[in-house]
Design a protein around this ligand. Structure first.
Ligand code: PGA
Length: 265
């Protein structure tokens, strides 16, 4: 069933790109070119660029997010960043991105603890889930995503996660940075799977109000296929989020959906 009050979110994940000296200009340009009613815009630059991006979009309605956060609140963890350190720098955080699962060995258990830190520190999490190509080919995509959600969310309080505004991004690993996007219908089916899993974890009605984004080779050319699906509420954009023209096109398309869904006049 369609829940009309879910927000539309377009979040840019800049990954390991930009520097503190150029990130502000890029953020300012993107913000100026994506002013559309009814769309929540978020930019997630590298940690060292958070301050520059925050300064650049201070007068814009643009959220700033970190790309990850440590699962402990403080301690002897050389090189890591804890959630309390993000105060004043970020209000969003990406958790469980597949590149972190792959390169930093992040498990569902650790990802769940990161969600706890996000909740404690009032950071709005974007939890990423998604299957490998072999899983999809074997018909196990839904099973894998269900398992990731259970691994990270079981025994976590649905009310607390809903209160902080949890967003889930379905990002099939084979579609990230490959130029090969999933089909809108497959993303939609997975969004339904995600809400069913959450319902099974005690979310109840809250599961229908949970925003689900699609991520994986999103561009201004293919975003329409995802917004055509009533179950999909936005996009987590990687490569294209560094290009103002692309972001302008993606957010303009998001705004059409916002209007169609009654989120903007
Ligand atoms: P991509 O990355 O758009 O470059 O495929 C998406 C992501 O990793 O969030």
């Amino acid at each position: 069933m369609i829940e009309p009050m879910r927000p539309i979110v377009v979040a840019g994940n800049w990954k390991m790109h930009t520097t503190p000296s150029d990130a502000g200009d890029l953020a300012r340009t993107i913000a100026a070119r994506t002013r559309e009613a009814g769309v929540i815009r978020v930019i997630c630059p590298p940690f060292v660029c958070l301050a520059a991006v925050g300064d650049a979009v201070r007068d814009e309605d643009v959220g700033v997010g970190a790309q990850t956060v440590h699962h402990e609140a403080h301690g002897a963890f050389t090189g890591e960043i804890a959630a309390p350190m993000l105060r004043g720098l970020a209000t969003w955080v990406i958790v469980g991105h597949s590149e972190r699962r792959r390169d930093a060995g992040e498990t569902d258990d650790l990802i769940g603890r990161k969600l706890d830190r996000a909740v404690e520190n009032d950071l709005r999490p974007i939890l990423c889930v998604g299957e490998q190509l072999a899983d999809r080919d074997a018909g196990r995509a839904a099973e894998v995503v269900d398992g990731q959600l259970r691994g990270a969310l079981t025994e976590r309080d649905p009310a607390a996660l809903a209160a902080v505004g949890l967003v889930i991004a379905y990002e099939p690993v084979w579609a990230i940075g490959t130029g090969r996007n999933a089909r809108g219908v497959d993303a939609s089916a997975m969004a339904d799977t995600i809400r069913t899993t959450l319902d099974g974890l005690g979310w109840g009605e809250r599961a229908t109000r949970l925003p689900v984004l699609y991520g994986g080779s999103v561009t201004s050319a293919n975003i329409g296929e995802f917004f055509d699906e009533p179950s999909i509420d936005g996009a987590l954009v990687g490569g294209a989020s560094l290009k103002p023209d692309e972001m302008a096109g993606i957010v303009a398309r998001a705004a059409l959906t916002a209007r169609a869904r009654g989120l903007a006049a």
